[in-house]
Design a protein around this ligand. Sequence first.
Ligand SMILES: C[S@@+](CC[C@H](N)C(=O)[O-])C[C@H]1O[C@@H](n2cnc3c(N)ncnc32)[C@H](O)[C@@H]1O
Ligand SMILES: [Zn+2]
Length: 193
Amino acid sequence: MGFTNQQGMFIEQTLLIQKGVSNVPLLIRQTDPIDSKMSHPNAKVVEHKFGLGVVATGPIKKDELIASFDGEIYCGETNDDFPEEILNYPITFGPDRARNSKSIANKLNHACSPNCGIHGDFDIVAMRDIKEGEELCWDYDMSEDHDWSMECGCGSPECRKLIHGFRHLSHAKKAEYKGYISNWIVKAHGLES
Ligand SMILES: C[S@@+](CC[C@H](N)C(=O)[O-])C[C@H]1O[C@@H](n2cnc3c(N)ncnc32)[C@H](O)[C@@H]1O
Ligand SMILES: [Zn+2]
């Protein structure tokens, strides 16, 4: 079994690496490296109190692409569906779908006062002009709305301490993030894009 990518190359599909508790194949699609988008030249992975993080090594303009989730696609509905080594990295793009990255996209940390957001389902973009030296962060609740949570240590005065889904965001935050909320959340909540 497999699929054909945009370049017409046939990619073999790995249907099963491990079953989650929902008893569905966890890894449902591998992707071709040549489908990757380039990460922003001024975004660099650095050591961080949370392991790794990403900082700006030069100016980045509002709405410029930082990096894309362009990797394997997984199926799972709860934390328990994902092995520890996968759980913390992919972006959610449906009630039971998540996608990892081959680029630096999965190295950006969460912040409750972020400078980055999501375009479409997979692209991390700058939400405002960013200066050299700033850490690049997005709010994971821009794409999360299933049975998942993370304790936050971002240190922002606005820190919510517990990150547990878009539905828990205040009306003010939802309004602030307009244009930077993951496509599947916009559709699921009947929001204007
Ligand atoms: C997508 S990874 C980000 C890169 C990660 N720091 C690394 O070293 O590869 C997400 C993980 O980073 C950590 N993390 C990111 N933002 C955090 C935050 N605001 N507070 C606490 N931990 C955070 C958590 O372990 C989370 O599961
Ligand atoms: Zn926080």
